[in-house]
Design a protein. Structure first.
Lengths: 383, 383
């Protein structure tokens, strides 16, 4: 296996605190040795070992590829008109999901595959090297299974979200839909999925329904996650903590008991500030979570309804502007935090043995991700 | 002169209301004929005339290139640490400008030229085809003149902003500095400039000083503009209207008399939402301006202190999210509005005789500029 020495790195974010005693593990004038798909060595340039080949990156900042732990990329159509109406004053309602369900069911496999490929490539251009992709716009056995099979072509991090909303054909029989999701639909989905997720929110699924579905998923070997507390206070976050889930996502509305439950359980709170941006909602209180010792991740939630951004750099900028995270906390949350939210110990950190997923910025410091909002700052992705 | 027929345009923003009776002048399944640097014809595909060559763009939305009427690109260094400190709670003060003045004076012509070239290219990749560039980090005769000479290499829209702040060496003699700006500095700057601008704000220049400097600039043949009402209420906006200036920029804090003065005078109000984003300030009330009949432009204010974004798409998204402009109003303000703010009748509109500056999106509608914030949606710029 040939080794490659990367130099000319003005600033390297490793997320390995052994380098500088901070979570970001910053190195200046750094070098990285890559062997095959893994990192073999990380340290200061002057101490770098020899390698079979060398490349000078010319002085930029380099960080681990973003780990986007929450997205919904398998769908057809868009909802630009719904967005414009919302910006003109209409409020966001989860029911809009059904518009995309109809378009997705009507789409061919090829259309869905092409849409995912386009969005994954768009994410990659913006520095994302690991992405979780959910189903949830099929909402029947066939369309959920094919959504996950398509997602699986692009990532190991696939999530079965049959419990996104109750589809129209079960409007009068939500219990029947929960049974389907926990039974035949799960059976068809599980071979293609690593995770199971439930939208636990007024208008979607309540606590008991969420318990039933998560228990069935876990019995089928899937890890549990939740959409919770997006539209208001509710039982979702505490449920996720009680069940010891890896992550609960959104966390827009939290009371003190929710924050305490997150801190005690170790469940990751995944914040999705693009949603608050695109639904003109109040942002979650990241400061309160961080101050309580909760592990925070940032993700895009890229989806055609509530948030059609694929940009992790924008999420970082919003986290700093709107949620009072420091740039260092935001960059950590978008990389190492995302890895924690997916229970992955091989990405999100640049250290020996980890995957060689590097995002090279057209900037001298990671600070520029927040300092230069909206600017396409990713020069190159090495993965 | 050979002509080129562009087809495959799903949605064309022309800013020519004759097409659909709205300011955006939308056409669907449109075509454009370009002859040399100008547009020769615009209309529906089925009515397009013959041309020497043809190109099918493959179905995206196309709009006029963005007209960014307010930027400060001639500088050296950055102020990322100041940004991080501000996000941690320190407030923005105009005095930070002096940090960049020191770095700019110390830079070689080549360094300054390379920095401007990099930022203009970055803007172009994001769809900007016309950019105004100010001096204002030289603040002595030599450095203001060379800043403008460098800016002139990139744009016709150069603005002399010797009156950005009072430099340290005149701290005890602001009157002497106003005399210098209005005299020898203006004389050296004027050959390279189209406009003169004053930062009329507490901590910078007061109303009388602004009058003196603007009068001198106008006597030297330059058009007047103002930075006004960014940090608080003040006389700047009303002064700009009284003097019949083409545009006053920022307009963050306005009272009813300011709005009325703008509506009566026809002076363009240029809003710079990236500044409010990056200084965590309240946004201007665009809705009140539009409802009063004021012409609104959007610009980036790209500069290393208060707003280091170069992204007009981000400005559009912020205008919609934070200032309650509709996507149509925001896109108009970022194109035709910018042209009005620079008194240009050859850009910002796609109509026969206008410059062939077209921004091709990787999206089916201009709505996506607000619907997909942070995503690099500009596929190509034709200019």
């Amino acid at each position: 296996m040939t080794s490659l020495l990367l130099t000319g790195i003005a600033e390297l974010v490793t997320n390995d605190p052994t380098h500088d005693g901070t979570p970001l593990g910053l190195l200046h004038d750094a070098a990285v040795v890559v062997e095959g798909r893994r990192i073999a060595w990380v340290g200061p340039r002057h101490a770098a070992p020899d390698a079979d080949a060398a490349r000078d990156l010319g002085g930029p900042a380099v960080l681990p590829g973003f780990v986007d732990s929450h997205s919904h990329l398998v769908f057809n159509g868009d909802r630009a008109e719904e967005f414009a109406a919302r910006m003109a004053g209409e409020s966001y309602a989860a029911g809009g999901i059904r518009t995309t369900v109809a378009a997705t069911r009507a789409a061919s496999d090829e259309q869905l595959y092409a849409n995912v490929a386009r969005l994954v490539a768009e994410m990659r251009r913006q520095g994302t090297t690991t992405v979780e992709i959910k189903s949830g716009y099929g909402l029947n056995v066939l369309d959920e299974a094919r959504s996950l099979a398509i997602a699986r072509e692009f990532t190991e991090e696939t999530t079965f979200l049959g419990a996104h909303v109750v589809p129209p054909e079960f409007a009068d029989d939500p219990a029947g839909y929960v049974e389907l999701v926990s039974g035949r639909m799960l059976e068809a989905a599980a071979p293609h999925a690593r995770w199971i997720d439930v939208f636990c929110e007024r208008g979607a699924f309540d606590e008991d329904q969420a318990r039933t579905i998560l228990a069935a998923g876990q019995a089928a070997g899937l890890g549990g996650r939740l959409h919770a507390n997006q539209l208001g206070l509710g039982p979702g976050v505490r449920l996720g903590c009680e069940l010891g889930l890896t992550a609960v996502d959104h966390c827009t509305y939290l009371d003190d008991a929710d924050v305490a439950a997150l801190a005690d359980s170790g469940t990751v709170a995944t914040l999705l500030p693009g949603v608050e941006f695109s639904t003109r909602s109040p942002y979650p209180d990241a400061r309160a979570l961080l101050d309580a010792g909760v592990t925070v991740a940032l993700a895009s939630d890229c989806n055609p309804g509530s948030c059609y951004t694929s940009s992790m750099p924008l999420c970082v900028a919003l986290a700093v502007r709107e949620m009072r995270m420091t740039p260092a906390e935001a960059v950590w949350a978008a990389t190492a935090g995302g890895a924690r939210a997916l229970a992955r110990d091989d990405v999100g950190v640049l250290a020996p043995g980890h995957r060689a997923h590097l995002t090279v910025l057209d900037a001298p410091s990671y600070l520029h991700l927040a300092y230069r909002p909206g600017v396409p700052l990713v020069a190159e992705v090495i993965a």
